[in-house]
Write a protein that binds this ligand. Structure first.
Ligand code: SAH
Length: 280
């Protein structure tokens, strides 16, 4: 690791990667449906299609995602977004962000053909890239129709959700406890040159007190309960969305209503990898 990389926050634009070169196109092949339990790259077309009502937000998303190149993936991704919308996600900015981020670029080339199936897929180290539907659903709940300023993500994984978040929030901080995945996310995100993501290697259960409070906190891994440190790092009026549980998991929405009060709502069943303490 270079001295530059050790600094926090790590600026993605501070590093350069040519990984894009040589990536093949993996689209148009058949993809089978998979579920989270069954499962432990190249050009991106960033044309964002949204309704006129969100034109200014669309513009913001387009400006934040300057990694356009020609694009076989556009149509398959549009179909993926349509399926997410059919399942009930209706926030146009979230759908536009899902359309804008090239999910195939976060997967191994062997799995890229399945990138636009609405399923979680392995990313190594017994972890998975989240299912597009659940990413959309959680971000819609987190945003609740309002502009998001500072957001914390626990569980960077391959960096996909952080990239989607970068189009709907002003600043994204993302923590990963597995060093190899933290590095993978850096490599995946680098060619996209997204300026508003800061990646941090550490135990997300502790949050990031040095940059708190957050308008929004999103967990991509399930604990038996939401860590207290994260509740304390939520702004008053802020929202936290997290999967909780063991074999049976539920999405929990927590809103901080005052210094000492939080409201909790159980939203729907879900399936995530476990939240674990410490770093490896
Ligand atoms: N956000 C990812 C999902 C990654 S899977 C996506 O876009 O698809 C969940 C991730 O949470 C795993 O990489 C796992 O290592 C990580 N994780 C689990 N416990 C954690 C903790 N305490 N702190 C930070 N990351 C954690």
């Amino acid at each position: 690791m270079t001295t530059k990389e050790k600094r926090f926050p790590l600026s993605l634009s501070s590093v350069v990667d040519q990984r894009e070169a040589g990536r093949g196109d993996h689209f148009g092949r058949s993809a089978s449906t998979q579920t989270a339990t069954q499962n432990a790259r190249q050009g991106a077309n960033l044309a964002i299609r949204v309704s006129p009502a969100v034109n200014s937000e669309k513009k913001q998303a387009e400006q934040s995602a300057p990694f356009a190149s020609p694009l076989v993936s556009d149509g398959v991704r549009r179909a993926m977004v349509a399926r997410v919308a059919q399942q009930g996600v209706s926030d146009a900015l979230v759908l536009a962000a899902l359309q804008a981020i090239p999910r195939h670029m976060f997967l191994d080339s062997g799995l890229a053909s399945q990138a636009y199936v609405d399923a979680s897929l392995p990313i190594g180290h017994h972890q998975t890239i989240s299912q597009p539907y659940i990413v959309g659903r959680m971000l819609e709940i987190l945003r609740n129709g309002a502009a998001l300023d500072k957001v914390l993500e626990i569980g960077t994984g391959c960096g996909y959700q952080a990239a989607v978040l970068s189009l709907i929030a002003k600043d994204v901080y993302s923590v990963e406890r597995i060093k190899a995945l933290h590095e993978l996310a850096k490599n995946n995100l680098r060619p996209m040159r997204i300026a508003n993501i800061r990646l941090h290697y550490g135990d997300g259960m502790l949050g990031m007190p040095q940059v708190a409070p957050f308008d929004g906190i999103i967990l991509a891994a399930a604990g038996m309960e939401v860590p207290h440190a994260l509740l304390m790092q939520l702004k008053i009026g802020g929202r936290l969305i997290a999967p909780v549980g063991d074999r049976h998991q539920v999405l929990q929405l927590i809103e901080r209503v005052s210094v000492h009060d939080w409201n909790s709502t159980m939203v729907e069943n879900c399936h995530f990898v476990p939240l674990r303490s410490g770093v490896i």
